[in-house]
Design a protein around this ligand. Structure first.
Ligand code: NG1
Length: 400
C-alpha cells in the first residue's frame, strides 16, 4: 500500500473514528562529530525537512496497531511490561522500543492505532529508525495524556533504542526532537544541552547516498558496537574516567603522544585518536560556522571523513569514492554521515555552487547506476525543525 497522507491511511486501516493526531519527526544529518556521542562528546547535526509522519488514535485497550504507507505492512502487539524484540531490522522493533520506553518512564497505558508515512530513506545513516521511535513515543504519550519535557524524553529514548541492539548515543533523538529551523544543533551530554547555531544563509548541503546500505540493526550491528567497546577500552587503559577528562585542554599533538605511549593495541589507539580528534574538530567547526568560514568548515568535514576512514574504519569503498567524487565536483567538504559502513555522505558547498556539485556527482558517481533514484538518493537539504518545535508538539487528547 502506498498512501502519502497518514490521516487518510489511518481511515483506510481503521475506518472513520475518534480524534486523530498527526506527529512529525524528522530524519537527521550529522554535519560533524561521528561515533563520539556515545562517549559523551558534543556533536553537530541538523534535522532534515524529510520526516516520518504518523497519524494516531488512542484506543481503549492495550493494543498497539500500526500500518506503514511505504510498503512495510501492518504490525500489531499487546503493550505489556516485558516486550521482546522480533526479527532483526523489523520496523515493529521501533514501535516496541517506544512502548517499552514509555512504559518504563511513565507506566503502561492505552494503546494506539497508527498510520505511518516516511520520506526519510531507511538504512542510510539518516536516523529513520530514531524518527519512528520518537514519533511513536510522542504518540503514546499524547494518547495517555502525558506532557513530558525534552530532558525527560532524553532520559528514556537513547536507552529505548538500545532495545534494538545498537549501543549508540543520544544524538539522533536530541536532533530529532529539539532542532531549530535554519540552525545546526550543538548537542552536549552530561549535562544535556542543545545550542542552536545559525547556519550562514549561503551555505548549502546535499545528502548523497552511496547506494550501499547500512543495515545497522542487522549485519553492521556488531561492528558498530565494537567501535564503542574499542574506545572504552582505550580510555580505561589510559586511566581516564571520561573522554572529556582525557581531552582536557590538550592539543591533538599531546593526545597523540599520550596514545602512542600508553596504548599498544592499534585498534584502541586508533579509536582513541579518532574520538579525541573528532571532538576537537566539532569545536573548530562551530567556530567556523559562527564566523561564516566556509572553506575552514569544509576542510574539517574532509578531515573528519579521513579519520572515520583511516582510524575508526567505519567507511567503505563506495562511501570513499562518493566523497572523492564530491570533492572533485567542487564541494568544499564532504564526509560520511551517521553510523557508516554504507549509507550517505553529507556534501557541503556554497548554495550558488549546489547545482554544479550536484551535476558533478551525477556524472562522476551516479552515471550508469540503474538503482539511482534522484529524489531518494541525492537530496538537497535545508536545516529543518525538530518534533518538539512549536506547532508540532501534540497536545494530549481531550478528556471526555
Ligand atoms: P545512525 O546513523 O542513526 O545509525 C548511530 C547512532 C548515533 C551515533 C551515530 C554515529 C543510534 C540510534 N544512533 O546513528 O547515536 O552514535 O551512529 O555518530 O544508535
Amino acid at each position: 500500500m502506498s498512501v502519502a497522507d497518514p490521516q487518510e491511511l489511518l481511515e483506510q486501516y481503521c475506518g472513520p473514528g475518534a480524534e486523530t493526531r498527526l506527529i512529525e519527526a524528522p530524519g537527521r544529518v550529522n554535519l560533524i562529530g561521528e561515533h563520539i556521542d556515545y562517549h559523551g562528546l558534543a556533536v553537530l547535526p541538523i534535522a532534515m525537512q524529510r520526516r516520518v509522519r504518523v497519524a494516531f488514535r488512542a484506543r481503549n485497550d492495550g493494543l498497539i496497531r500500526a500500518v506503514s504507507g511505504d510498503g512495510y505492512g501492518t504490525r500489531e502487539f499487546e503493550w505489556t511490561p516485558d516486550l521482546e524484540p522480533g526479527a532483526a531490522g523489523d520496523w515493529e522493533n521501533y514501535l516496541k522500543a517506544a512502548a517499552r520506553a514509555v512504559g518504563r518512564g511513565w507506566g503502561l497505558g492505552c494503546g494506539v492505532d497508527a498510520a505511518l508515512v516516511s520520506d526519510v530513506p531507511p538504512a542510510a545513516g539518516l536516523s529513520s529508525s530514531s524518527a519512528i521511535l520518537v514519533a511513536f513515543t510522542l504518540g503514546l504519550l499524547w494518547a495517555n495524556r502525558r506532557e513530558v519535557s525534552f530532558e525527560e524524553l532524553m532520559e528514556v529514548l537513547p536507552e529505548g533504542e538500545q532495545f534494538v541492539g545498537t549501543r549508540g548515543g543520544g544524538m539522533d533523538h536530541a536532533a530529532c526532537l529539539a532542532s531549530r529551523q535554519g540552525c545546526a544543533s550543538l548537542i552536549e551530554f552530561a549535562p544535556l544541552s542543545v545550542r542552536a547555531v545559525p547556519i550562514p544563509g549561503d551555505w548549502g548541503f546535499l545528502v548523497a547516498h552511496s547506494l550501499t546500505t547500512a543495515e545497522k540493526s542487522g549485519a553492521a550491528r556488531e561492528e558498530f558496537n565494537a567501535r564503542r567497546t574499542g574506545g572504552n577500552l582505550a580510555l580505561a587503559r589510559l586511566g581516564f574516567a571520561s573522554y572529556r577528562e582525557a581531552i582536557g585542554g590538550r592539543s591533538i599533538g599531546e593526545l597523540t603522544g599520550m596514545a602512542s605511549a600508553g596504548l599498544s593495541s592499534q585498534i584502541e589507539r586508533d579509536a582513541f585518536l579518532h574520538t579525541t580528534g573528532e571532538a576537537l574538530r566539532v569545536r573548530a567547526a562551530v567556530t567556523a560556522m559562527e564566523r561564516g568560514q566556509a572553506e575552514e568548515f569544509g576542510r574539517l568535514l574532509w578531515e573528519s571523513h579521513a579519520s572515520a576512514r583511516d582510524l575508526l574504519k567505519i567507511s567503505c569503498a563506495a562511501l570513499d569514492r562518493l566523497v572523492d567524487a564530491a570533492m572533485e565536483a567542487g564541494a568544499l567538504g564532504a564526509r560520511l554521515t551517521g553510523a557508516g559502513f554504507g549509507g550517505c555522505a553529507i556534501v557541503f558547498c556554497r548554495k550558488s555552487e549546489l547545482a554544479r556539485v550536484r551535476d558533478g556527482l551525477l556524472a562522476r558517481y551516479y552515471a550508469g547506476r540503474p538503482d539511482f533514484i534522484p529524489q531518494k538518493h541525492l537530496i538537497e537539504t535545508e536545516p529543518g525543525a525538530g518534533a518538539l518545535a512549536p506547532g508540532l508538539l501534540p497536545r494530549p487528547p481531550s478528556v471526555d
